[in-house]
Design a protein around this ligand. Structure first.
Ligand code: SAM
Ligand code: SF4
Length: 340
C-alpha cells in the first residue's frame, strides 16, 4: 500500500518495558579528558577491536527492525571517529522511511563547527552538548584538554544550522555549583535547554574520589527554586531526567539524579559499546556479545536472536551508591565505554 509505514512493535523486556531507544558508543576515544570521566593517561582499545562503521550500521539497523525508534550516537567523542558522517548519513535512511523518529548525538562540541550543517542535512534535529561551565579557565581545568572558544563556536554553528541544543552539565561540588544561575540564564537567552547531571560512580578516574565531586541535585533544585520559578513539566524521555519549566526563561531544566532518585521503572533503553557489547543497564555488569553473532553470518538472524535473548534478561534496576564506604566505582567501566 502506498505511503503505508509498518509500525514495528518494540521488544518488551521481562519488566514490561518496551525497548525503543538505543545508545551507541561509536568510539571510546576522546579529544578531552574531563576529570569526572577519564584519567589523564588512558589506555584506549586497539582500533582492530572496534566494530567497523558498516557493522555499526548493521547492528543499529537490526535494532530499528526490532522497534527501536530513537538512536543516539555517543562515546567517547562520537565526532572524532574517522568518517563518522558516513554512518550518520547511512542511518538517516531510517528517518526517511519513518522507521526511526530520531537520530541524534551527544557531543563535547569540539568538532561541531565542522559538522553542524551536515548533521542538519541528515535530519539530526536535536543534539546534546556537554558544557559544565561558561568560564574558560574552569572549562580547561575540567576538560584538561578542551578549547572553550571552539566549543562555543560549535554550539553557535549548530544553532545556526537549525539544530536544537540541550546543554548537559555535570554538577561538581565546589567547581561549578556557584554557576548554575548563569548557565540557566545563558541557556534561556540562547534558546537551549539545560540538564544538570549527578556524578555517577563509573570507572577509575585517577587521584580524585567521587565523594569529593558528588553534589546531590535534590539540594541544588531546592536552592534554585528560591530564585527561579520551576514548574514541573510532563516532558519525559524514558530516562533518568525529570524536567521543569523555568518560567523566567521559558527553557526546560532537567535533573538527572540516578543516585537520589530511582528512574529505572520507565527505562526504555539499552546501550551498545564500540566493540559490540550490549549493556542492558548502565549501572550493571551483565552484558551480551553481539560481535560474534554479527560476524558469524551474513544473515542478521543470529544477531537478532542474540538481541532478543539479551533484552530478555534486562535487569529491573541499577545499584549505584556513592558514600564513604563505597570508594570504588560501582561499575568498573568508564562512561566513555558504555556511552553516556
Ligand atoms: N564526549 C561526549 C560528551 O562529552 O558529551 C559524549 C560522551 S560523554 C561520556 C556523555 C555524557 O556523560 C557527558 O554529558 C558527560 O558529562 C557525562 N559523564 C561522563 N562521565 C560521567 C560521570 N562519571 N558521571 C556523570 N556523568 C558523566
Ligand atoms: Fe570526553 Fe565526553 Fe568523557 Fe569529557 S565527558 S572526557 S568529552 S567522553
Amino acid at each position: 500500500m502506498d505511503g503505508y509505514i509498518p509500525q514495528r512493535r518494540p521488544i518488551i523486556d521481562p519488566h514490561g518495558r518496551g525497548i525503543t531507544y538505543l545508545r551507541v558508543s561509536v568510539t571510546d576515544r576522546c579529544d578531552f579528558r574531563c576529570v569526572y570521566c577519564m584519567a589523564e593517561e588512558m589506555t584506549f582499545l586497539p582500533k582492530a577491536d572496534l566494530l567497523t562503521l558498516e557493522e555499526l550500521d548493521r547492528v543499529c539497523s537490526a535494532f530499528v527492525g526490532l522497534g527501536v525508534r530513537k538512536l543516539r550516537l555517543t562515546g567517547g567523542e562520537p565526532l572524532v571517529r574517522r568518517n563518522i558522517m558516513e554512518l550518520i548519513r547511512s542511518l538517516s535512511r531510517h528517518l526517511k522511511t519513518g522507521d526511526l523518529d530520531e537520530l541524534t548525538i551527544t557531543t563535547n562540541g569540539s568538532q561541531l563547527s565542522r559538522y553542524a550543517d551536515e548533521l542538519a542535512a541528515c535530519g539530526v534535529r536535536r543534539i546534546n552538548v556537554s558544557l559544565d561551565t561558561l568560564d574558560p579557565d574552569k572549562f580547561l581545568a575540567i576538560t584538561r584538554w578542551g578549547k572553550f572558544d571552539r566549543v562555543m563556536e560549535g554550539i553557535r554553528a549548530a544553532k545556526e544550522a537549525g539544530i536544537r541544543i540541550k546543554i548537559n552539565a555535570v554538577a561538581l561540588k565546589g567547581v561549578n555549583d556557584m554557576e548554575f544561575d548563569d548557565l540557566i540564564a545563558w541557556c534561556g537567552r540562547e534558546g537551549h535547554d539545560l540538564t544538570l547531571i549527578e556524578v555517577m560512580p563509573m570507572g577509575d578516574i585517577g587521584g580524585e574520589t567521587r565523594i569529593d565531586q558528588y553534589l546531590p541535585l535534590s539540594l541544588v533544585r531546592a536552592d534554585l527554586a528560591r530564585r527561579w520559578t520551576l514548574t514541573e513539566s510532563d516532558h519525559r524521555t524514558g530516562g533518568p531526567a525529570r524536567y521543569y519549566r523555568v518560567e523566567e526563561t521559558n527553557g526546560l531544566l532537567g535533573f538527572i539524579t540516578p543516585l537520589t532518585h530511582n528512574f529505572c521503572e520507565s527505562c526504555n533503553r539499552v546501550r551498545l559499546t564500540c566493540t559490540g557489547t550490549l549493556y542492558m543497564c548502565l549501572g550493571q555488569e551483565d552484558a551480551a556479545d553481539l560481535k560474534t553473532p554479527l560476524r558469524s553470518s551474513e544473515s542478521d538472524a543470529p544477531l537478532i536472536a542474540a538481541i532478543e535473548e539479551a533484552i530478555g534478561r534486562k535487569p529491573k534496576g541499577h545499584d549505584f551508591v556513592i558514600d564513604r564506604r563505597h570508594k570504588r566505582p560501582a561499575v568498573g567501566r568508564h562512561m566513555s565505554v558504555t556511552g553516556g
